[in-house]
Ligand binder design. Structure first.
Ligand code: ADP
Ligand code: ASP
Ligand code: MG
Length: 403
């Protein structure tokens, strides 16, 4: 008998009809004599709606109450799934994270699951029941509800798979796998049959929202194979794994792009030891994530220019923090809020020379100007004007023979 964890995303449970359909998938696993556990997201739109309501109540909404509010979305979808399975003659019940409990560490809205207590689940499974568990949330050591970052139900499923020692962990979503690039943005995108954790982690972190980055990290750390499949069409999906068996010899596995990035340049900043730390300290204290950073070589030994990127939503706050910062002096601040990062990802680039040149040349031939470059062992990212993203993805997809 296999133990299977199935996770359904917001779109998959986005309406009553879709919930009925999802219940058929769950039933099919159960009929094959598996032990089946389900993690569900909130119905699509529900979490966003709650976020908007909190903003209307207060622009400084209490962090613990915010998590309490956001966690209600999953309670509803889980009860609806369990209710439908009961209607269809199965034994099923919902479990809120605090009822198990799912334990988390770290700050509200960005906590991480440290443990899932599975005792109740084990005896329920033994008796043939199908537990439906709220994704995206847990409790902290003060017994307050926490949430684990937007799209966090992916991580809930992987951590449940870890603690229940599942044989399979399947992420059901609204596309039938991980594609070479977002299939909704580029029609020639191709499904990837197998992808390494590290590649998936880069793709997820660089903007491919099909998997939440933390969840891929959790899968890698715990060596859990994850399948990504469609809730709507019965097709084989993508396997995210660490195993090297039967991999294709593509140099580049996928292309990711971001939306809503902003670039800030501080011109003529005094060049002295500790200047970068002085600039970034208040940002880190305000939980503003700084992404790409470049500092020019100082020509006169006295002044330099520093450029970095952040999410557009943090631009106003960042501008204020720099202007208030008494520890730095500079000549000018300049902003560009319509920039995006396009990245090519693939373990094949470790062993293949000339990839950087091919990427830059392909973009140059399309007249796409590169603003900032950053690289790691398995990815190259460029910052470009947002209006060129579609064109850049298309040309790189062709250049690296992914079409
Ligand atoms: P869920 O609600 O099931 O968690 P998400 O919206 O979080 O679903 O993720 C699925 C979406 O991810 C797809 O609809 C697709 O547009 C987007 N996506 C972005 N990049 C990729 C990619 N490389 N492969 C597949 N889907 C991608
Ligand atoms: N409902 C949460 C969100 O919209 C978590 C999830 O869907 O995974 O972010
Ligand atoms: Mg998701």
């Amino acid at each position: 008998m296999k133990t299977v964890v199935l996770k359904f995303g917001g779109t998959s449970v986005g309406s009553v009809d879709k919930i009925k359909k999802v219940c058929k998938i769950i039933a099919a696993y159960k009929k094959k004599k598996n032990k089946v556990l389900v993690i569900s997201s909130a119905m699509s739109g529900v979490t966003n709606d709650l976020v908007n309501k909190s903003k209307l109540i207060s622009n400084n909404f209490d962090k613990a109450e915010y998590d309490t509010l956001l966690s209600t979305g999953e309670q509803a979808s889980c009860a609806l799934i369990a209710g439908r399975l009961n209607h269809n003659g199965f034994s099923s019940r919902s479990w809120m994270s605090w009822q198990l409990p799912i334990l988390t560490e770290g700050p509200h809205s960005n906590a991480r699951i440290s443990k899932v207590v599975v005792k109740q689940l084990q005896s329920y499974l033994k008796n043939g029941g199908i537990p439906i568990i709220t994704g995206f949330q847990g409790i902290n050591n003060k017994l307050r509800l926490t949430t684990i970052g937007r799209s966090g139900s992916d991580a809930s499923a992987i951590m449940l798979a870890k603690f229940i020692k599942a044989d399979e962990c399947i992420i059901y979503t609204d596309v039938d796998g991980v594609y070479t690039t977002d299939p909704r943005q580029y029609k020639n995108a191709k499904k990837i049959r197998k992808i390494f954790y590290d590649e998936m982690l880069e793709m997820a972190s660089l903007g491919s929202k099909v998997m939440q980055p933390t969840s891929v990290q959790d899968a890698k750390l715990n060596n859990i194979d994850v399948q990504v499949k469609s809730s709507f069409v019965n097709k084989s999906g993508t396997l995210i794994t660490g195993s090297t068996k039967a991999f294709s010899d593509q140099i580049i596995t996928g292309i990711s792009s971001t939306k809503n990035d902003a670039k800030i340049t501080i011109v003529g900043v005094k060049d002295r030891p500790g200047i970068a730390a002085s600039i970034f300290k208040p940002m880190s204290q305000n939980l503003i994530n700084v992404d790409m950073v470049i500092q020019n070589i100082s020509l006169n030994g006295k002044e330099t220019d520093l450029t970095f990127t952040i999410k557009s939503e943090d631009l106003k706050k960042t501008e204020k923090l720099i202007k208030q910062n008494k520890k730095i002096s500079y000549k000018k601040l300049s902003f560009d809020k319509d920039v995006s990062k396009v990245s090519i990802i693939g373990v094949g680039m470790i062993t293949t020379p000339g990839i950087t040149y091919r990427m830059f040349q392909a973009l140059a031939l399309k007249n796409i100007n590169i603003l900032v470059i950053s690289t790691s062992e398995i990815k190259i990212s460029v910052l470009i004007s947002s209006k060129n993203v579609k064109k850049a993805v298309a040309v790189l997809h062709k250049e690296f023979k992914l079409d």
